[in-house]
Design a protein around this ligand. Structure first.
Ligand code: NAP
Length: 253
């Protein structure tokens, strides 16, 4: 029997902003599918945390978003588990510099696949179920989709495509499915675990970045999760829009 509880898939949800999105949706009574790639332990810990709060309300599924078969399998499993599907949050993302002269085919694929190709193919695979349940899609973009981040051309290109993806899907999937995006500014400093020391943000550069934000501070994960809830639950006449959540940073770029 299909569940009457709404079902959401959040990609890249084992940690950081994605994990908070999953927690918040769960608190709003969604069953959640937590997608992860490398962070298996963190994903399972989050599933356990959420299932302790409400039995059988969370699962996790691994997929490398560079692989189309795995993307399609993720979509199929996410829909089949509770036999319904209401909300796709495309949050997973690779982020690192790609200076001109030092960028490989593999860098191009990593950044474009996670930020653009996977959101498209997940939306395509889940569109029939989303139409059936009059669900919605939320794509997490970036303020750098519009004004490029220096030495991050491929990431900026991918997020610019992600913004266009929101608009094209909103047009094509209407009237049954609403599609919106969120463009965060500085929320969490990048996870430096896998970065070369030279690519890490120094404390001095962090201070410089904060000084350029009119509200004079980083945002919080809640600033993103509250916007997700607004778009998913309280915005029935909004589609094709990308909401900027950046403390005013785009005013000063
Ligand atoms: N952090 C910010 O301040 C900020 C600012 C602007 C925009 N954003 C956007 O907000 C979203 C969340 O940001 P975040 O900083 O929390 O993200 P993040 O930690 O950098 O990445 C989220 C997850 O994406 C997954 N991922 C990356 N490449 C993948 C691949 N090829 N296949 C499968 N999964 C992959 C990783 O999962 P595993 O760990 O499981 O491998 C990772 O944990 C992203 O879309 C980001 O671009 C964030």
């Amino acid at each position: 029997m299909p569940t009457t509880t709404k079902v959401a898939l959040v990609t890249g949800a084992a940690k950081r902003i994605g994990a908070e999105i999953a927690r918040q949706l769960h608190q709003e009574n969604f069953n959640v599918v937590i997608h992860y790639h490398h962070s298996a332990k963190a994903a399972q810990a989050l599933v356990d945390e959420l299932n302790d709060l409400r039995e059988k309300s969370a699962i996790c599924i691994a997929a490398d978003l560079n692989n189309l078969a795995q993307i399609n399998n993720l979509a199929a499993q996410a829909e089949q588990y509770w036999q319904r599907f209401d909300l796709l949050v495309n949050n997973a993302s690779s982020f690192y510099p790609t200076p001109i002269g030092e960028t490989s085919d593999d860098d191009w694929n990593q950044l474009i696949n996670s930020n653009l190709k996977a959101p498209f193919f997940l939306a395509q695979a889940l569109a029939p179920a989303l139409k059936k349940y009059r669900g919605c899609i939320i794509n997490i973009a970036d303020i750098y989709a519009d004004k490029p981040l220096k030495k991050h051309s491929v990431y900026s290109i991918a997020k610019a495509g992600n913004v266009m993806l929101t608009k094209t899907l909103a047009q094509e999937l209407a009237p049954d499915v609403r599609v919106n995006g969120i463009a965060p500014g500085a929320i969490l400093w990048p996870d430096d675990d896998h970065k070369k020391p030279v690519d890490r943000l120094s404390d001095e550069n962090k201070e410089k970045m904060l000084a350029k934000i009119p509200l004079q501070q980083r945002g919080h994960e809640l600033d993103i999760t509250h916007t997700i809830l607004f778009l998913a639950k309280n915005a029935p006449y909004i589609t094709g829009q990308v909401l900027t959540v950046d403390g005013g940073r785009t005013l000063t770029i």
